[in-house]
Design a protein around this ligand. Structure first.
Ligand SMILES: Cc1cc2nc3c(=O)[nH]c(=O)nc-3n(C[C@H](O)[C@H](O)[C@H](O)COP(=O)(O)O)c2cc1C
Length: 173
């Protein structure tokens, strides 16, 4: 299962991209929003992500860990965050690229195989006040900074760890 907490859809889109790559490699993957997951027992492995706002994961991701921590710890779990936007040459952008505050706690609870921070997306038209006001501070950070190669490469490594062979169920077959 791939599940991600998202406010404006970017992290959810990254979750879908990861699930697509898993499926291309023969790993059956469902995408769920964290709030609708009551139990992870039906799933062999879990990829859990969240957008990062002001240094924090969104609450539904942490709440899933609170609800299902022991069951998550019993299966392979990969974590990701979607955050940094803007030109990485800028100091402010590099400062954004910090692990979310919740990460040590989440690591302790679920013992993930990995945590990856992916660049995100920030579009003015998605934002409402007060986020739009924050854009004044974040000026120059608008745009889609997702690195699809990085996302796909990471998803391929997960497929590999789950025993999938590359291209096992590729559409060409
Ligand atoms: C008000 C605001 C605060 C943000 N704070 C952070 C932050 O602390 N760290 C970070 O890496 N990204 C931060 N971002 C960028 C978002 O995490 C990024 O745009 C993300 O891809 C949005 O994902 P979503 O569309 O799934 O909500 C912030 C964006 C906004 C609008």
């Amino acid at each position: 299962m791939v599940t991600a907490a998202s406010r404006h859809g970017t992290t959810e889109a990254i979750a879908r991209e990861i699930a697509e790559v898993l499926a291309e490699h023969g790993v059956e993957a469902v995408v769920r929003s964290p709030g609708e997951v009551d139990a992870v027992d039906p799933y062999e492995a879990v990829v859990l992500g969240s957008a990062v706002y002001a240094g924090h994961w969104l609450p539904p991701a942490g709440e899933l860990v609170e609800r299902c921590g022991p069951a998550l710890a019993e299966r392979p779990v990969w974590l990701f965050s979607s955050g940094p936007v803007g030109d990485p040459a800028r100091k402010m952008v590099r400062e954004m690229d910090k692990d979310p505050v919740e990460l040590p706690e989440v690591r302790e609870a679920v013992h993930p195989r990995d945590h990856r921070m992916f660049a995100g997306r920030l579009e003015r038209e998605d934002l409402k006040f007060p986020e739009r006001a924050a854009l004044w501070v974040f000026r120059g950070l608008e745009g889609d900074f997702r690195d699809h190669d990085a996302i796909r490469g990471w998803a391929e490594s997960i497929a590999g760890a789950l025993g999938a062979s590359p291209g096992r169920h590729s559409p060409a077959e």
